[in-house]
Design a protein around this ligand. Structure first.
Ligand SMILES: *[C@@H]1O[C@H](CO)[C@@H](O)[C@H](O)[C@H]1NC(C)=O
Ligand SMILES: *[C@@H]1O[C@H](CO)[C@@H](O)[C@H](O)[C@H]1NC(C)=O
Ligand SMILES: *[C@@H]1O[C@H](CO)[C@@H](O)[C@H](O)[C@H]1NC(C)=O
Length: 840
């Protein structure tokens, strides 16, 4: 230790000399340090022999230091020593030398990290449209609705929209597939056009010299982090993405191109995607100007190749929470993220730590026909969808150049900014909405999509949730109307379970390993917790093939979140290490009752694994706002949890329900009947094989909080889960459930047969990752008895002529191309997904 310290001191450069050197990553190394109040950054710089570069963005107590590259190794060693020391102190080591104060004053260093340049963030679109077949004019019934065209013209004239290509902006007003648009014109007609709201486009630049953007460009909120200047001018030949996104939000109503969703709002450009950047700059970027920039529109993330699992670093996570706590004068920055374009590669937005953050509004895509474009990822963290490319068309918006437009914008990249534009309109009438109010408004006003091959669940607050479409497509008119008299929600509270230790082999195949945790009313009360918004599960699985794993979370009120799904391209020899999955599907639940998690190893092969442990956090609204403190900034994941606080979780092998449940033999006496999931009390684990349906029923009965929990007024859906026209047979609710579940099961079996034959006809289904959901849903009908209607709901077909054969064809061809193309290994696909469109 002593030697190290001496080494560090000897490196000390006179400050005046250090000042003169231009410090870049070419010549210097950089460190981020979190300091407590006891120590001044200047003193830390001196003790480390570094130069203090200043605070990191808006993160209080976080500072950047630099040092000549040759001298960096000594600093790294010293910081590592501090880390070890901190950790031992945290663990309560009694070693006297640890308890002594350091002479160099570095006790005040709470956390440190070497900053490295990375290029891990990728734009999310447009998806290469050449892979999508062009619409065949002969076959496509273009039902031009003359009335709609007249309406569109009248709207344009009433609003004095002279933009020459407003008529190409079907996402704003769709005269062909009438109704398949963001329903924004009614808002404009009320004079709501986004005045006073600023959206920061965090991207590859923003062409502020475009005549279509100039008047709405907000220089004060802008910064170029790639070239370190204020003006976020696109400089590389493919720096077009940000400008296109900006046009979607705030293209000026003038005589160029079209208009933005909120055409009187402002846009800032924050440029980060054009070069490698480090975490400190990324953290600074997403808080940049956060008193002026209201919304941060982010159409990027880790690679969408179906093999990546990546989350923002701690600094960036802290910056996000910092934005939530302090941005917009404490109401919270609104982060909008594109869900991701890895749909065809089985990617899922829960493998992306930006889209699965509770602090972001995650937006997937819907094509002009109202169908799922195959690129758009699904996940339980997805809140809504917005229109984008697919079905033979793309988004028409502004492009780089003084008067340039493009009709080629697309991917989830184009969906995110449209949702941001809708939010800008809502904020312009209600600037006092907090970040959570915005999410509530989206949940409550999105229009559910009833697609043929999608599972839709009716939630306890009467909303319909789908992993593919979230709560549905953004309806701007409804969003803004609801915002007008929205009552602000109480502050956020949360309940976190202890670490639940499982440590059991995961059986291969359909079965899965289930672990339960019972949350009592008392626990929630103590946590000042009233009602669920987001749910997060942090977990550890040790496995040799990550792509084989799937995880589902079952809430006490019968809602199932598919936290993780198998990914065929994900060959990582790894499991999950302290990975946090998120779900918005339980929005509005009380949180009380048994939560269960089922981990499956879906492929029977030579790859195996162990489910180590997990912990659950319910995030939601507080009971008493006065006593609720804001959430502290996130800490580094601490590997201590494997050793200490953990309690043993109740586990079981999940009932095998793939076959007809009635055919499951009753010859498994080894399973304890009526095994009641326990609460936090440490208890030896119980493992057992497939229980009989009878046992399942008893298990359902054992759960304290199912549909009979009618204690709260807003649980209208759970009270009315049986439509009033259905007879009750004079039976108890549970019995009714079973009667209806059985009927449903029979109906669904017949339906399933029908679907099965359709499936045969459509090879597109072969690779559809949601087949799993489809069949699981059917099979799960028995143990999903709390929500017997949800399955049928999912089969509701979006009616009518819009559902033409053409779009099916698209997906089919796209997929078959993937099938025998170079994409099997996923690498070709990656390039393809990220390729930028050639110039319009
Ligand atoms: C769209 O907006 C209009 C008002 O312009 C409203 O009446 C309607 O309910 C909204 N929703 C749909 C799906 O059209
Ligand atoms: C931009 O920032 C400058 C200095 O920070 C300030 O004087 C000016 O008023 C700001 N302009 C706007 C429009 O906020
Ligand atoms: C994961 O399992 C392997 C093989 O059983 C073992 O060697 C390794 O230590 C385990 N890793 C963790 C983090 O438990």
């Amino acid at each position: 230790m002593r030697v190290l310290k001496a080494a560090a001191f000897s490196l000390l450069l006179p400050a005046s000399i250090a000042q003169l050197v231009t410090r870049t990553h070419d010549t210097h190394d950089f460190f981020a340090l979190h300091l407590d109040d006891s120590v001044a950054p200047e003193n830390v710089a001196q003790a480390l022999g570094c130069h203090h570069e200043g605070q990191i963005g808006s993160l209080q107590g976080h500072h950047k230091f630099s040092i000549d590259r040759d001298q960096a190794p000594a600093v790294e060693l010293l910081l590592e020593e501090l880390r070890v020391q901190q950790k031992l102190r945290r663990r309560g080591s009694s070693d006297a030398s640890l308890l002594q104060k350091r002479e160099d004053g570095l006790d005040g260093v709470l956390w440190s990290q070497k900053l490295v340049l990375k290029h891990r963030l990728h734009k999310r679109g447009p998806v290469d449209l050449s892979s999508l077949p062009k619409p065949d004019e002969q076959l496509t019934p273009r039902q031009v609705d003359q009335d709609a065209i007249i309406r569109q013209k009248r709207i344009a004239s009433d609003l004095e929209i002279r933009d020459p290509h407003f008529d190409k902006q079907w996402h704003l007003f769709n005269p062909v597939q009438v109704g398949n648009d963001l329903n924004v014109t009614g808002v404009w007609l009320e004079g709501i056009t986004g005045k006073g709201v600023v959206t920061a486009i965090v991207d590859d630049g923003l062409d502020m010299d475009s005549i279509d953007l100039k008047d709405n460009f907000f220089l004060n909120g802008s910064w170029d982090f790639n070239d370190n200047v204020r003006e976020p001018k696109p400089r590389l030949s493919d720096d077009r993405h940000g400008t296109r996104c900006a046009g979607e939000v705030a293209a000026v109503r003038n005589n160029v191109c079209g208009v933005g969703m909120a055409y009187d709002s402002k846009v800032s450009g924050i440029r980060i995607l054009s070069k490698e950047i480090n975490d400190a700059d990324e953290a600074t970027a997403i808080n940049y100007g956060f008193q002026h920039n209201d919304i941060y529109s982010c159409s990027w993330g880790p690679r969408d190749d179906g093999q990546t699992m990546d989350a923002p670093g701690l600094l960036v996570k802290r910056a996000m929470v910092n934005g939530i706590l302090h941005g917009r004068d404490g109401k919270g920055s609104i982060f909008v993220f594109a869900a991701g374009n890895g749909g065809v590669a089985d990617d899922n937005c829960n493998f992306d730590g930006y889209t699965n953050s509770i602090y972001s509004v995650t937006v997937g895509a819907l094509d002009q026909l109202g169908h799922h474009p195959s690129y758009s990822e699904a996940c339980s963290a997805q809140l809504v969808v917005a229109y984008s490319s697919g079905g033979g068309n793309s988004i028409y918006t502004t492009d780089v150049g003084t008067e340039t437009c493009t009709d080629k914008h697309g991917g989830t990249s184009a969906a995110g900014p449209l949702a941001a534009g809708a939010i800008a309109l809502a904020l312009s009438v209600r600037p006092d909405l907090t970040w959570r109010d915005v999410q509530y408004l989206m949940v409550e006003t999105a229009v559910p999509i009833h697609a043929e091959h999608d599972e839709v669940q009716l939630t306890p607050i009467g909303r319909e949730y789908s992993h593919q479409y979230g709560y549905g497509v953004v309806d701007t008119y409804a969003l803004v109307q609801k915002a007008k008299d929205w009552e602000l929600v109480k502050p956020q509270s949360w309940y976190t379970s202890p670490w639940l230790r499982v440590q059991k082999d995961i059986p291969e195949g359909d079965q899965g390993l289930a672990s339960y945790f019972d949350i009592t009313a008392d626990m929630l009360k103590q946590a000042n917790f009233e009602r669920v918004e987001h749910v997060t599960v942090t977990m550890n699985v040790n496995h040799t093939l990550r792509g084989d794993l799937s995880v589902e979370l079952r809430g006490p009120q019968g809602i199932v979140s598919h936290l993780s799904v198998p990914r065929k391209y994900d060959r990582a020899e790894a499991g999950y290490v302290d990975w946090t999955f998120m779900s918005v599907a339980h929005w509005g639940e009380t949180g009380e009752g048994v939560w269960s998690i089922v981990v499956k190893d879906t492929n029977v092969n030579e790859y195996h694994g162990v489910f180590t442990d997990w912990r659950l956090t319910l995030w939601g609204v507080s009971i008493d706002p006065a006593s609720q403190l804001p959430h502290p900034l996130p800490e580094e994941n601490d590997d201590d949890h494997n050793i200490e606080d953990a309690v043993y979780a109740t586990v079981s092998i999940k009932p095998h329900t793939k076959t007809q449940p009635t055919s499951v033999a009753t010859d498994h006496p080894d399973r304890p009947v009526n095994e009641k999931p326990s609460d936090t009390v440490a208890k030896p684990t119980t493992t057992a094989m497939a229980p009989t349906p009878v046992e399942q029923e008893e298990e359902e009965e054992a759960k304290p909080s199912t549909v009979t929990d009618e204690t709260s007024p807003s649980q209208t859906a759970s009270q009315g889960f049986l439509p009033s026209f259905l007879p009750t047979f004079g039976a108890q609710p549970h019995t009714q459930i079973w009667i209806y579940a059985s009927i449903a099961l029979i109906l669904i079996f017949c339906l399933a047969l029908g679907i099965y034959f359709q499936v045969q006809r459509r090879k597109r289904l072969r690779n559809n990752p949601h087949d799993d959901y489809e069949f699981e849903m059917i099979d799960d009908e028995d143990d999903d008895a709390e929500a017997p209607l949800t399955g049928r709901q999912g089969r509701k077909r979006r009616g009518g002529e819009l559902y033409n054969a053409f779009a099916e064809e698209s997906d089919e061809e796209l997929l078959s191309e993937e099938d025998d193309g170079p994409y099997r290994d996923g690498t070709g696909l990656t390039e393809k997904s990220h390729k930028n469109e050639p110039e319009a």
